[in-house]
Design a protein around this ligand. Structure first.
Ligand SMILES: [Zn+2]
Ligand SMILES: [Zn+2]
Length: 304
């Protein structure tokens, strides 16, 4: 088990919508070696909890009733609103508790088997079926592998399609094993529930590892039960100057284009993009937009 030893350190990182996130690292709580639980007191959790392996005939009201003793909650599953089904179709659901303290109570009521948590739930036909309860620890959202390295957004990749239970430490280890030089990994979460959205960021300490990762484009993430091909691309920032003219040919505006082709790997203003990419061998390069904006940016045919 790797663990970066951190003091009280504040790391600034640009978030997916361009805002600066204050990634505040607090020192890990003192561990009590005789404590067998993986979930320690004082741990913070998302109010959203995954529950899997439900009895097939359990409906929304019965799921709610099974967990209501921990506090007010809403039951949800992917595409619930569209499907109008009363039963979670794949045997799993999410419990959205009103209060984080409900998650603590739920965890305390669970049976622990190795690193998994179970609670017995009944449906009209199945009595006391152990279902898996998977809470999301807020401390799993980011991980610093090498605190001596500054986080360089220009050596950061965006990883799309991350399986939701993957922790930042696991993402960091997988990418470090594949490309080396990982100094930081973060899992993107939604601001309200602080639950993973299925994407992450990995920062490298050196250009070679960064280029190796983006050149691969896809990575096979393997960890425990997880085996999934995910997309890797450069993390594109909104506030960078054109690397060619440093803003001189575009009135000092931030560069609207990033070329992810390894021979370029630069930000460009419109003027410089057109100039550089009229050179032989570069005419087929395509600008990469920020993630979440999958539509390729259209390039103007003329500029003045
Ligand atoms: Zn320029
Ligand atoms: Zn290019």
């Amino acid at each position: 088990m790797y663990k970066a030893v951190l003091g009280d350190q504040t790391v600034l990182m640009e978030g997916p919508t361009g805002q600066i996130i204050d990634v505040h690292q607090t020192p890990p709580p003192t561990r009590n070696p005789s404590h067998i639980h993986v979930f320690e007191s004082g741990e913070r959790f998302s109010r959203k909890v995954f529950v899997g392996g439900l009895p097939p005939d359990i409906d929304e009201d019965e799921i709610t009733a099974s967990f209501r003793r921990f506090g007010p909650l809403v039951v949800d599953w992917p595409h619930k609103a569209e499907s109008k089904s009363y039963f979670p179709p794949k045997g799993y659901a999410f419990l959205l508790f009103q209060d984080e303290s409900s998650v603590q109570l739920l965890i305390e009521a669970c049976i622990q088997d190795e690193d998994k948590l179970y609670l017995c739930v009944s449906s009209p036909t199945v009595k006391d079926k152990p279902v898996q309860i998977r809470p999301w620890k807020l401390s799993d959202v980011d991980f610093v592998l090498d605190a001596s390295m500054p986080l360089d957004p220009r050596k950061t990749v965006f990883v799309g399609g991350v399986p939701r239970p993957l922790k930042a430490v696991e993402l960091a280890m997988i990418m470090d094993r594949l490309y080396g030089g990982v100094c930081y990994a973060g899992i993107d979460t939604d601001p309200d529930l602080k639950y993973p959205k299925g994407a992450g960021r990995v920062a490298f300490s050196n250009q070679q590892s960064y280029i190796a990762a983006i050149s691969a484009r896809f990575v096979q993430l393997q960890h425990g039960d997880i085996d999934k091909r995910v997309e890797v691309k450069p993390y594109v920032l909104d506030d960078q100057m054109c690397d060619e003219c440093q803003g001189q040919r575009c009135g000092g505006k931030f560069a609207p284009f990033f070329c992810a082709t390894v021979t370029c790997l630069q930000y460009y203003c419109e003027h410089c993009w057109t100039t550089i990419h009229s050179r032989p061998g570069r005419e087929f390069h395509k600008p990469l937009g920020k993630e979440g904006n999958d539509r390729p940016r259209t390039l103007p045919f003329r500029w003045c």
